[in-house]
Design a protein around this ligand. Structure first.
Ligand code: KIV
Length: 273
């Protein structure tokens, strides 16, 4: 039953995450996209709920995160915020909403904050997007960076393989992470890079580094809820630990319901008015 008992029931803030790093306390982060799932996730003791643009894959069935729109992210984030009492809620800025220029980026960031009441935003990229990150921070909006495998750039990478194995890309990741910290980001997500590199970045930075497929040396971990709950099928990267087999549990339950309806077992006398 571990995880249900969080010692500090106060709402998690960006400042608290930085303190947790200083105190050597690991940060637990998980995605959610809807009200009921976010309520369970929050009640289970999650520190951070990410309304990830992975909603594009797991909610809408797209191959990539690119198609999800600003309106769709706002819809998901509103539902998650309504359900969440303690966790910090971060919403992903979707592809195309912050890359054009800083003015558009900050306008879209403000719209997400105003309409969803989430606590912070996440943007993918390093020095290339620094002007947009600065402008959003200047508007008083907390920003979490995202480096390594950045799924919005999948068409440029051409593969979901491990990033930054080569020295040049590793050096760029280190300097990007430093630049994001210097400009004022409160955390950085690092996805699918060698564990030694992520550990070095976590040691170099004062802000928390949250890893996904980046090893145990990070200050916290994030997973996509549908993956760790075993709802997604045919996706089993090395870094993914499955905590349940929901696809099997749901198939069994739904199958029994179908049988009960067809055999006239459901509803019985006690289940009607
Ligand atoms: O969109 C998402 O779910 C993410 C995580 C994989 C970090 O960005």
């Amino acid at each position: 039953m571990a995880g249900y008992l969080v010692e500090d029931q106060r709402k998690v803030t960006t400042l608290r995450l930085i303190e947790m790093k200083r105190e050597g306390k690991k940060i637990a982060m998980l995605t959610s996209y809807d009200y009921t799932t976010a309520q369970i996730t929050d009640q289970a003791g999650m520190d951070v709920i990410l309304v990830g643009d992975s909603a594009s894959n797991v909610m809408a069935g797209n191959w990539t995160t690119l198609p999800i729109t600003l309106d769709q992210m706002i819809y998901h984030a509103k539902a998650v915020v309504r359900a969440t009492k303690r966790a910090l809620v971060i919403c992903d800025m979707p592809f195309g909403t912050y890359q054009v220029n800083e003015t558009e980026a900050v306008a879209n960031a403000i719209r997400i904050m105003k309409e969803t009441h989430c606590d912070a935003l996440k943007l993918e990229g390093g020095v290339e997007i620094l002007p947009a990150v600065k402008k959003i921070l200047d508007a008083g909006i907390p920003v979490c960076g995202h480096l390594g495998l950045t799924p919005q750039a999948i068409n440029k990478f051409g593969t979901y393989a491990v990033r930054a194995k080569e020295e040049a890309e590793a050096q760029k990741l280190i300097s990007d992470a430093k630049a994001l910290e210097e400009v004022g980001c409160f955390a950085v997500v690092i996805e699918k890079v060698p564990a030694a590199l992520a550990t070095k970045v976590a040691q170099d930075l004062k802000i928390p580094v949250i890893g996904i497929g980046a090893g145990g040396g990070c200050d916290g971990q994030v997973l996509v809820i549908d993956d760790m709950m075993g709802k997604t099928q045919g996706f089993s990267p090395k870094f993914l630990r499955r905590y349940a087999n929901l696809s099997q549990i749901m198939t069994d339950a739904i199958g029994r319901y179908v049988e009960d309806v067809k055999s006239c077992d459901f509803p019985n006398e006690k289940e009607q008015y």
